[in-house]
Design a protein around this ligand. Sequence first.
Ligand code: 13P
Ligand code: SF4
Length: 375
Amino acid sequence: MTVMHSNGDTPQATDVPNCTTDLSIEDVKQELYNRHHPSLTFLDIEAHAKTIHKIRMLKQKHNVVMLGHNYMEPLVFGLSEKEEQGDSLGLSMYAANTDAPYLIFNGVPFMAETAKILNPSKTVLVADKSAGCSLADNFGAEDVRKLKSLYPGAPVMIYINSYADAKAESDICCTSANAAHIAKTMPGDTLIFVPDIFFAQNLEEELRDEKNIVYPGKDNTARGAVCEVHEKFTLDDLLAIRESFEIPKGHAHRKLYAHWECRPNVLKEADFYGSTSQIMKDIAERVAANQLERAFVASECELTSNLAQEFPEVQFWTACSVRCSHMAQVSLNKIGNILEAIDQDDDLSEFEITLSSEIIAKARTPIERMLEASV
Ligand code: 13P
Ligand code: SF4
């Protein structure tokens, strides 16, 4: 695994202003330079300023909401206003409540499906409908039905990283920000959790005195999946990172973070684990208390790129080989193409998420139950 150091400069992040009226390409360049992002060189800025300018002007002209998942590369992430950025839970909540006619979801298709289910009258668009996800792609409605037949009467909690057909067969949905909480609210001793096997094992450990968590592959032959990105981190990697970057376990100002989708022994080794936003929140709180000087985050590498911009006072290292190839399908050019198609009133079917009304109705119940249980 290749690990890189963020540079030692201490830039001040400057937010992109909300109002883009009369914004020139030079203004866009200046804003990008003002970000002092450790991985944004003048080459990137000069190469992309024109496309970013076009996107921002058309976004405003057509009143487009542009949701950006925390794993988007910095230039794409920066296209979304602060309130349009977040983790799967936050973005679902935002999508449910927006009045904007167009919603461009900078993330993978299962996320955009959730937005469509929660707000079906809106036109929901993604840069690449075939982007995929190793969790969602390898699990479907038939797999849920099989588990239900193996554990009759046990409720099914499905991770949001799944497609609508699988959600439609499930009782409640969850994200990595609320899985443990929601599991505790479910009736009975046994809960089926799908499709993420590592996440299920981590949940099993967290709730060992409260719930019997069953999942694909646990005393059964049902099919499950893992996140191919988080799977890459091994315990040996984490121990090597601790040693080479001098982040000893339990150090007061140096922390090793891991996402719920990592292997159980990786989670145990981490100083803190959570969803992408929970990790960001913990970092923000420690920075505010002047208590974080160095961090490594065992998750998708662009999360760290975005953290490095937001918290320049912290030294971050990233593992560049741990990049989600699915998320990386979202590019400035593809986003620009969507907006041009809107502007020219072209056919949007290449980008638009469509689901049958039957699937929307069935998949909506588990997602709405999750949102009710999350507040
Ligand atoms: P969260 O943002 O919900 O933590 O999701 C992580 C992830 O893997 C999304 O694909
Ligand atoms: Fe899927 Fe990529 Fe998220 Fe892993 S990081 S769950 S592969 S979208």
